[in-house]
Design a protein around this ligand. Structure first.
Ligand SMILES: Cc1cc2nc3c(=O)[nH]c(=O)nc-3n(C[C@H](O)[C@H](O)[C@H](O)COP(=O)(O)OP(=O)(O)OC[C@H]3O[C@@H](n4cnc5c(N)ncnc54)[C@H](O)[C@@H]3O)c2cc1C
Length: 450
């Protein structure tokens, strides 16, 4: 076992030990009230683990939708591997098994001095500590000619799952034979680093079966992305993608890269080759990039993003649109007693992923209990694994453990061990990667909501 995993396991076992001793509540007399806003990955995990660590504590989770649509795995709806209904997660178990008080309502503001949250339907909820996990806001208007209305009816994004995801699935099915599917990747930082490359890969696989003369083009305002080498090897093997020299130069000699004649189904235009999106003509379905115009039959745009709207409304964001915090506890540097986790927060080397939101939620649940008891929060470790598919049977991943650099208030990766699927991975390891991805989806949802 490498040292980083060992450190992490030590930290996790400390968490587990305290969580199995409910009679040791720190708050026997007057249990404090922790309020959580946002019942997505971060919020649900925080609610569950607060109750696991100390069942005596009062935990209220406020979520605007009665059911959660999980974003992770939602690209598989686009290609018809699963249905929208497969994304639905309920709050039943958090309520019945863990005793979390669930309020379905929208938070529209808060009073930091009185430590109260204001709900749309009129009531106010008081807290001793507040955890906020509002996810992201998609900045459609940052691409000239694009807007929320256009995304809802013509050129979907679907990066927050919902009606746009279904619209995209319908458009893919209706794409003419030999048509062009255009994927617009976002600038960093963004939700789910391998996601804008996994989705077009799954679409290319779908096209091989249903629309074999179609083209899938990815335009990108970046020149690299996390998992790029391993993802591109998958594209090379499955979709006739010729890997740029930059990515083959560092491959071990034993790794075979196929040389394809002409263009395959899938191509990628990075920033250096004019991939940066500039302007959309939604009526003509033409995207102008730094390199010229591209006409497509179906366009899927992942626009730039920032912390979910509520974060700005609560005064929790900085000039870049994300939520600054004390990394050890994720307590906001702008409002005391408020902790921001998940995609909305600034977390340095940690990616904006469900896995990150989940591991942050656990460390913050622990920290909040300690702080409420007037004790020092422990120094946490965090982890992340992002699985991604280059095809439904071609899995890859990036896996990391993170530690706190306390003097610099920064989260950094532990060690330099390889983070990716081995470049020399055998076909069996690659197939297993896809099996692990599916198993992770189940186990992860259970860990957050079940
Ligand atoms: C296509 C795709 C694939 C992905 N795949 C992976 C993957 O394989 N692995 C991985 O780890 N991650 C993956 N992710 C990323 C992952 O889904 C997110 O990182 C994760 O959901 C972030 O959790 P969160 O709690 O920050 O936000 P969310 O899960 O978005 O939760 C935010 C919640 O807050 C609620 N909310 C917002 N404002 C209010 C308000 N004012 N009042 C009440 N409630 C409010 C929202 O309704 C929502 O339920 C993927 C994402 C996408 C789009």
């Amino acid at each position: 076992m490498n040292p980083s995993r060992r450190k992490l396991l030590k930290w996790l076992s400390a968490l587990t030990l305290t969580s199995t001793l409910p009679s040791r509540s720190l708050f026997a007399a007057t249990a404090p009230q922790v309020v959580i806003i946002g019942g997505g990955v971060g919020g649900a995990t925080a609610a569950k683990y607060l109750k696991l660590f100390d069942p005596h504590i009062k935990v209220t989770l406020i979520e605007k939708n009665a059911q959660y649509l999980r974003p992770y795995g939602s690209s598989e709806v686009v290609t018809g591997h699963i249905q929208m209904s497969d994304l639905v997660v309920t709050y039943d178990t958090l309520r019945s098994k863990y005793g979390v008080n669930i309020i379905i309502d929208e938070v529209i503001g808060f009073d930091a001095a009185k430590r109260q949250v204001q709900l749309k339907q009129g009531s106010k909820v008081a807290y001793d500590r507040l955890i906020v996990s509002p996810g992201i806001e998609l900045l459609y208007d940052k691409i000239e000619g694009y807007s929320y209305e256009i995304a809802e009816h013509e050129i979907p994004s679907g990066w927050i799952p919902g009606a746009q995801t279904e619209l995209l699935a319908q458009q893919l099915k209706a794409m003419p034979q030999g048509g062009t599917f255009l994927m617009v990747a976002p600038p960093s930082p963004y939700r789910c680093p391998p996601g804008p490359y996994e989705r077009p890969a799954l679409i290319a696989e779908w096209c091989q079966r249903h629309n074999p003369t179609a083209k899938v083009i990815i335009v990108d305002p970046k020149d690299e992305f996390v998992t790029d080498q391993t993802m591109m090897l998958g594209w090379n093997r499955r979709y006739g993608f010729n890997m740029p020299k930059k990515f083959t130069a560092t491959l071990p000699k034993t790794v075979e890269v196929l040389q394809h004649q002409g263009e395959g189904i899938l191509s990628w235009i990075p920033a250096a080759e004019g991939g940066t999106p500039l302007k959309l003509d939604a009526t003509k379905k033409v995207l102008t990039t730094a390199g010229g115009e591209i006409k497509a039959d179906v366009i899927n745009i992942v626009p730039p993003m920032r912390a979910g709207q509520l974060a700005a409304k609560m005064g929790l964001t900085d000039e870049k649109g994300w939520c600054p915090n004390q990394r050890k506890t994720f307590e906001s540097t702008l409002h005391p007693y408020v902790h921001v986790i998940g995609d909305a927060c600034s977390a340095d080397a940690m990616p904006k992923s469900g896995f990150s939101a989940n591991t942050q939620a656990k460390s913050v649940a622990r920290a909040v209990l300690e702080l409420l008891a007037g004790r020092e929060a422990p120094v946490p470790y965090w982890e992340n694994t992002c699985y991604a598919l280059a095809a439904s049977d071609y899995g890859l991943y990036v896996a990391d453990v993170f530690e706190l650099n306390e003097p610099e208030n920064k989260i950094q990766r532990v060690g330099k061990a390889s983070r990716y699927l081995r470049l020399e991975a055998t076909p069996e390891e690659i197939r297993l990667g896809a099996v692990y991805q599916q198993a992770w989806l189940q186990a992860f949802t259970e860990d957050c909501f079940g």
